[in-house]
Write a protein that binds this ligand. Structure first.
Ligand SMILES: [Cu+2]
Length: 451
């Protein structure tokens, strides 16, 4: 019996080597080929020439368009001085082609070309980006547009809108600065909460509470960006569309660390897809898009005027805009900036005790649970049955737009609350049930994900 086990194991090992690693075009699917050439170049995205990384000479790189059922062959030519990789975000593909260096795929050394190949088993809006160091922040990213075998949605043209954030610093230095744990970036972008303001608004108690727990103050985004971009520009006009044409806007958040509020001028657009998955179409305007997410909206070019699309960074530190059509501007709603001092007061009211785990050096195994009980967030309002949550979850999996976890995550992640506290588990997985409770229990300005 033992022998058979060994033989099976051996077979598994070899089958992995032969099939999983290099799956060729065994079904003779029609091949579509692209070449992406990565270069280090000087670029000016925010008023200063700095070293960036371009894909076929631009940031972002080109849109790679395919049709479901085709076989993608993508050559990645590394003409940079450093190694690289390309990860195909959201794509179903053989593990070896996933493009995570040292884990699934070998890194692409300078001066070499790597051939990615995989069958296209899905349709929708996706994107690609380097998975090496900070190369995505430097510019190595672009979009993937995969048309379905049969068209199911009614629209005339596609327009990919790739959101990103840009820094004139070396991305490595951004991380170094963050690790120092000061408020340098908050001051630079004017989102810090000066103590005199905190005191004058009666929030000093809340501030003390934060300090005691080793937190600076309420915060939403860590990095200062001099520019936020749509298709590489701070503002961009698409005048080529005719009145009456239905345009499928494919929004992708390809930023390194920013999340955006999207608002549209003109008639309310039709949200049709999220993360490459079609959803039941719903008229929807103000939408929160987290890093790496994609949303597709169908808009109709108005008879008179052009639609404005605004993408405001969640902390209100910047906005990029695009317009679709010609003539008078149909402005998009301007989302108000979050009130961070108020947020801090509201958070302090929740009586959470952050950092307790960190205060104790090497806690014993069981102590963790005791500490969680004692120091975890005390939010009775938010406690709810998991059974109920799970049920909700399975009932509405088809409606992805409603269930996106990220809709819930921002208030959790960005405020630094512990996600693993028992009370929050249910919250992460629900929207509808929590919505009311959230609004009652922990309303935070600018952090309301449901409006
Ligand atoms: Cu990714």
């Amino acid at each position: 019996m033992k022998k058979i086990g060994y033989i099976l194991l051996l077979m598994l090992f070899f089958s992995n080597m032969v099939f999983a690693q290099k799956e060729a075009n065994v079904d003779n699917l029609p091949v579509r080929e692209y070449t992406l050439t990565l270069k280090e170049e000087m670029v000016n995205k925010a008023g200063k020439e700095v070293k960036g990384m371009t894909v076929n000479g631009t940031i972002p790189g080109p849109t790679l368009e395919f049709t479901e059922g085709e076989y993608a062959v993508i050559y990645v030519k590394n003409e940079m001085s450093v190694e690289t990789s390309v990860h195909w975000h959201g794509m179903l593909l053989p593990n070896f082609m996933d493009g995570v260096p040292y884990l699934t795929t070998p890194p692409i050394q300078p001066g070499t070309t790597f051939k990615y190949e995989f069958p296209l088993k899905q349709s929708g809006t996706y994107w690609y980006h380097s998975h090496t160091m900070f190369q995505e922040q430097s510019g190595v990213f672009g979009s993937l547009l995969i048309n379905p075998k049969e068209k199911t949605l009614d629209y005339d043209k596609d327009l990919v809108l790739m959101l990103s954030d840009w820094t004139n610093e070396k991305p490595k230095n951004v991380l170094r600065n963050l690790k120092r744990g000061n408020e340098w970036y908050q001051m630079k972008k004017g989102t810090s909460t000066p103590l005199n303001q905190v005191i004058s608004r009666g929030a000093f108690g809340a501030q003390l509470d934060f300090w005691r727990q080793r937190m600076d103050g309420a915060d939403i985004a860590d990095v200062y960006y001099p520019a936020f971009l749509i298709n590489g520009e701070e503002s961009i006009d698409y005048t080529q569309f005719e009145p009456g044409e239905k345009i499928r806007l494919r929004l992708i958040n390809g930023s390194a660390s920013s999340q955006f509020w999207l608002t549209f001028g003109g008639k309310t657009p039709l949200l049709v897809s999220a993360d490459g998955q079609d959803v039941v179409p719903v008229a929807h305007n103000k939408t929160f898009i987290a890093t790496a997410e994609t949303y597709d909206f169908i808009v109709t070019v108005p008879q008179k005027g052009k639609i404005e699309l605004r993408a405001m960074a969640q902390d209100g530190s910047g906005t990029s805009t695009a317009t679709i059509g010609q003539g008078k501007l149909l402005p998009a709603e301007v989302v108000s900036k979050p009130d961070k001092i108020k947020m801090m007061q509201q958070m302090a009211k929740m009586d959470m005790k952050m950092g307790a785990h960190a205060l104790k050096f090497r806690p014993k195994k069981d102590e963790r649970y005791e500490m969680k009980k004692e120091y975890g967030m005390q939010m009775d309002d938010m406690e709810m049955g998991h059974d109920k949550m799970n049920m909700k979850h399975s009932e509405s999996t088809s409606d992805k737009a409603e269930m996106k976890h990220s809709n819930m995550n921002p208030p959790v992640d960005q405020t630094g609350m512990k996600k693993d506290s028992t009370a929050m588990v249910g919250v992460n997985h629900s929207k509808m049930e929590t919505k009311k409770k959230m609004n009652d229990g922990m309303q935070m300005d600018g952090m309301d994900m449901f409006s």
